[in-house]
Design a protein around this ligand. Sequence first.
Ligand code: ADP
Ligand code: MG
Length: 384
Amino acid sequence: MGAQQAVERFAELYGAGPEGVWAAPGRVNLIGEHTDYNDGFVMPFALPHRATAAVSRRDDGVLRLHSADVEGDAVELRLDALAPGSDAAWTAYPAGVVWALREAGHPITGADVHLSSTVPTGAGLSSSAALEVVIALALNDLYDLGLKRWQLARLCQRAENVYVGAPTGIMDQTASACCEAGHALFLDTRDLSQQQIPFDLGAEGLRLLVVDTQVKHAHSGGEYGKRRAGCEKGAALLGVDALRDIPYAELDAALERLGDEEEVRRLVRHVVTEDQRVERVVGLLRAGETRAIGPVLTEGHASLRDDFRISCPELDLVVDTALAAGALGARMTGGGFGGSAIVLADATEVDTLAKTVEEAFARAGFTAPRVFEAVPSAGARRVV
Ligand code: ADP
Ligand code: MG
């Protein structure tokens, strides 16, 4: 939905135009998977797909929420009744942000909100973070809170972790809040320091596809918890605060020390090599060698499939088919067990590649994937 449409729809719903309209994107993680809760590195970039929010302030302690993408009238909530775990519906994401802001002492007295989004939901592209960040930025501007982007990201993460109850890292919200067009965001999840790394696909005649497998794994929450606990066990056995503290050069020695803890060894190997892959990709992009990141992405997929064991037949089929058809690199992206894969390829090859992947899915009897191009886009911003 465009900004003008959002203004009109807001006026229909609430009787007068909004004070402003804001947008916040979904994201794709280029490299750095399951490193964020190990204090490591991630490297997302923002999609052109985004959540849009038309918002006005209220002064009577009421929050009204409406989404163009959900059937029904606006939901009315009282600010003093907002409580973690009280809401199992989509409204928990925006309401959670209001709760987190108020918990942190910011004087939010109410709002009318109309939301819409072009970010596919549940595809590992962070439609939830887009929703949170767009609300946080709108309220930061309207209430003149003066919070920095990284602080907004933190509050949104708190909303998702505590209010919604989803144990996610800091990457998604930081990406939506802080990314810049034409760049990937190199984020150190330990100290939240960040660098914008030029990621100009066009300059080298490349394009990047996102293939949403449409697979949503019912057990991903529990499996995520298991991986996370295994990583913490690895860090404890190795006597470090987080797996981030194992230098790549000392990986073999660390694995040896883990002895017959085979499961933990695999998790440790993924995390330590993945942090190193992020650093390699940063180095290559800084050197203007975008093509050369392809094999590093593919290595990342093998590590997630064989060591971390969070891929699935659909994701593997995207990667294997794309590589066999000439892609420069491909990997699953996001938490795993479904969601999306990314494919890096020569611009001239992309259409054929997309078709080849779609045909392979049809032959395998899988649900048709959604394929679209990912252009590194702007982070959250005010649009009206
Ligand atoms: P992801 O962030 O990978 O897309 P999540 O499960 O974290 O998946 O978040 C998806 C949820 O976010 C949806 O189930 C819904 O509750 C909420 N959501 C996302 N976009 C919208 C929208 N446009 N309107 C209402 N709710 C939305
Ligand atoms: Mg999400």
